[in-house]
Design a protein around this ligand. Structure first.
Ligand SMILES: N[C@@H](CCC(=O)N[C@@H](CS)C(=O)NCC(=O)O)C(=O)O
Length: 212
């Protein structure tokens, strides 16, 4: 049976899982629905994801939720390129970046900057105070990621890894806001990394289409 990814294509976390599936070359099905509309949820959603979040995943009867668990399973259970560094320090760096993005980056970069400026901006409802408060936070996140990147090609070393998969959908939304583009431009090495990453077919495919 083909693995199944549950969740809408606009979701940052669904996109992370999708990039991983595409990088691994895994053939999969997607069950898409609007996570913010409870009437659109599959009937068994609370059993698949007890917190009502997306994504969830199933492979041959094995059910999983939490994106980090899904991406590691995909990397380890399927053939294809290895998406985790071989050495302990490389893997630790990858984990560090994923933690930073998850815990510190997602909310200010996506919700406070992208959603406020771009999504809510369409109807003139941007919360300027939320954006202003998020900008210095985003600036610190970018500085930290630039320091970790150093002169490497990807965030955890020479090769694309799960850290880059975790980052891509967040950055894809972030740079749609003018403030996001300006902050990224101030970090030239990170901007060059984003140029490389955003050109990857997996990232282009996963981040195309409907937006949040
Ligand atoms: N820790 C979860 C986070 C998932 C998450 O926050 N998903 C968002 C969409 S990108 C969501 O489902 N939001 C719906 C809500 O907050 O009601 C994971 O890594 O899978």
């Amino acid at each position: 049976m083909k693995p199944v990814l549950f969740g809408p294509s606009y979701s940052v976390y669904v996109r992370i899982a999708k990039i991983t599936l595409l990088e691994k070359g895994v053939d999969f099905d997607q069950v898409a629905f609007d996570v913010f509309d409870h009437n659109d949820w599959p009937a068994d959603w609370p059993q698949r994801q007890p917190f009502g979040l997306v994504p969830a995943f199933e492979h041959d009867g094995f059910r999983l939720y939490e994106t980090r668990a899904i991406t590691r399973y995909l990397d380890e259970a399927f053939p294809g390129p290895h998406l985790q560094p071989d050495d302990p320090r490389g893997r630790a760096r990858m984990e560090q970046v994923i933690s930073v993005l998850d815990g510190q980056g997602y909310r200010p970069m996506v919700w406070d900057i992208y959603v406020e400026r771009v999504s809510r901006g369409k109807t003139g409802e941007s919360d300027e105070a939320a954006i202003a408060a998020a900008l210095p936070k985003a600036e610190r996140r970018l500085a930290a990621l630039a320091e970790i990147l150093g002169n490497q090609t990807y965030l955890a070393g020479a090769d694309f890894s799960l850290a880059d998969a975790q980052a891509a959908p967040i950055f894809d939304y972030f740079v749609q806001a003018g403030e996001g583009r300006d902050l990224l431009r101030a970090q030239p090495a990170l901007a060059a990394w984003w140029d490389r990453l955003s050109a990857r077919p997996s990232v282009r495919a996963a981040c195309a289409g409907e937006a949040a």
